[in-house]
Write a protein that binds this ligand. Sequence first.
Ligand SMILES: *[C@@H]1O[C@H](CO)[C@@H](O)[C@H](O)[C@H]1NC(C)=O
Ligand SMILES: *[C@@H]1O[C@H](CO)[C@@H](O)[C@H](O)[C@H]1NC(C)=O
Length: 273
Amino acid sequence: MAGAPLLLLLAAVCLACFAPGANAAGRKMVGVYELSKGDFSAKVTNWGATVTSVVFPDSKGNLGDVVLGYDTIGEYVNGSSYFGALVGRVANRVAKARFVLDGKVYHLYANDGKNALHGGHRGFSKVIWTVKEYVSGGDSPHITLYYHSFDGEQGFPGALDVYVTYELSSPYVLSVRMNATALDKATPVNLAQHTYWNLGGEGSGDVLGNTFYTGNFLQDVKGKGGSVYGQYGALCLETQGFPDAVNHPEFPSQIVRPGQAAYKHDMVFKFSF
Ligand SMILES: *[C@@H]1O[C@H](CO)[C@@H](O)[C@H](O)[C@H]1NC(C)=O
Ligand SMILES: *[C@@H]1O[C@H](CO)[C@@H](O)[C@H](O)[C@H]1NC(C)=O
């Protein structure tokens, strides 16, 4: 049967895709990278530049994970909740999946009825990022992930280089630094870190800086360790620009142009009990 070996081959390829660790022969591999600083730790996967866990102690010293997510990378690949992911090229909605920039009409991939949502069908949360730098421990454990978005990806104009760095520092601070550089054409850029913070425990988190607060729209999503996440079980604190800004000249511009200042967006999460 010709079918059997093919099936085996596909299974082997998929296992390789999700195997943690090394980059064989320059291929992009999906792995899970731990950052740890004493009793404070986080896990990040280069699938969607996603934060899969953030663990720190409660007042009794018990460690707890405050991030909603899944047990396996496969579920992140399948999932539609954007758990922990880096969302782009344009987070949120672009109405009618179209916009006009410098007199030219661009049509995006419509994945939310007639609109484009969170970068389209295969936005930055659904691609493999390259690990540029990884320091797992020490004073400031951090990981820098890079993604090259090509001209026309999901309908967006121009190539774009995107970086995100996740870094732990004391006391229980997670910082997220994002930047994006337009290489050849002007393009809208609006990146968002889409972590849902679990409200179930005793913990609390503060986001320092320019904060934009959104409720969440989870509907009984199956997550880590068999838990089911219902509506209002978590909080997603996204700092980002206005929805559909590219079609609203009165909103602050999200246009990034080649040869001009890069897009920059920093967030700082401070955890405490
Ligand atoms: C992904 O979705 C497919 C189709 O619904 C399902 O068969 C598969 O088990 C899912 N994989 C994971 C890892 O959840
Ligand atoms: C973007 O971040 C990367 C990684 O930290 C850095 O090397 C690069 O210089 C930054 N680019 C800009 C334009 O700030």
